[in-house]
Design a protein around this ligand. Sequence first.
Ligand code: AMP
Ligand code: ZN
Length: 479
Amino acid sequence: MALLLHDTLAREKRPFGPPDHPIKMYTCGPTVYDRVHIGNLRAFLFYDLLRRSLEWLGYEVRHVMNLTDVDDKTIRGARREGVPLREFTERYTRTFLDDCDALRILRPHVMPRATDAIPEMIALTERLLATGVAYRSDDGSVYFKIAAFPGYGKLSHLEARTLQAGAGGRVAQDEYDKESAHDFALWKAWSEDDGDVAWDAPFGRGRPGWHLECSALAFKHLGEALDVHAGGVDLVFPHHENEIAQSEAASGCTFARFWLHNEHLLVGGQKMSKSLKNFYTLGDLVTLGQATPREVRYALIAAHYRSPSNLAVTYEGEGEARRPVRFDSLVDARGALKRLDAFRRDLRARATSPAAPDGAHERLARARTAFHDAIEDDLNVPRALAALFELVADVNRLGAWDVEFAAAVEAFWDDADRVLGVLAPEADALSPEEQALFERWQAARAAKDWAGADAVKAELTARGVTVQARKDGATWTRG
Ligand code: AMP
Ligand code: ZN
């Protein structure tokens, strides 16, 4: 078999093609205005799965992901706190990267900030003005004229929606309703709400619109024709539709060969989102003692990326007093990982036979093929995990084997983990957040702030880290 990926534009799985050239992969990054929640993290884990799978299958990948550090939300947040935009967005870039590291998400090769590519965005806007698909409005903003781009709507299959072009159908906000298409802002003229966030451009002082950012950054770091562009399903319209319009109107060539979208993480059947206030951050779950980052990773990748996945939670109390007491999906993840860990741990201990039993190597070969086929079939992680569990059951039935067979299974396990990134047990090191807490605990003790030290110690205990003060310095253990 060869790799098949589901392309949103074609609405079907298509062969991705041979690994005969470096793959240009662009994914939409976070808006750094707050801590991300685990719904957002499902998207970043999907990008990670896509990148790891491509590399595991022999492709060379160049992965670029933007950081949206200028938009309506970041400007509002920085102004509310009265801090410079960069200071505000750097804070949430750091917490985002800490979460990604804890979840073993490979860092993209390039993570450009939008504000570092303003000249490229201005240049792209000028190009669009020159080709006649963009126009200036009275206030000095520049809009993309969707009626001037014949392919508008091809990604999100807009036929049924109303096309509201022209002055009556313009939108200035970055995010807008999904029911109608509008001319959208490439460049927004400065308004009072923007405070000191503005750049000079030939067409007027202002700032870029959100959609423009991804096209300009993709062009800058990967060129005008991508192999694959990915994002959450809520970005199909208008964000990706607008990206296609701007990019293709400027370049004249197809922007991305493949469009991939992950489905949402739900809570109680509803999308996890800031606005519904039904969200949990990775830090919330770890601090509540509900899960380790590894268990969260497992829970979030175990469902197929194109299936909505529900975070099952058991609550106590009613109304305002309602509190989560158990995250059932995470309990399941813990159980699954325990089984996989026990299997891997005992492989050597049970290598007491002089030879492998009949059929042992065939079973391993079957698991290897099943795993490989599952990943090649649109990154089917549930099937890939099923292949592992089937192998666990098969091998356990064999009773005992030889050292060579144990080593062969271990090699398969490590190979599979290049894709899954979840089989290796939690590393015996502190995460950056835990390290910071450990240092705060020592500093509080040094300052004889015993109450402060106890509070930090409790936080570490909740994360499964036990600390101890000794004459020759402080130590920590996990578990
Ligand atoms: P944002 O920072 O809001 O632009 O979101 C970052 C990424 O998270 C985007 O790709 C969104 O599509 C994705 N996303 C947001 N909410 C969810 C959710 N509940 N489940 C899965 N992905 C999500
Ligand atoms: Zn984007």
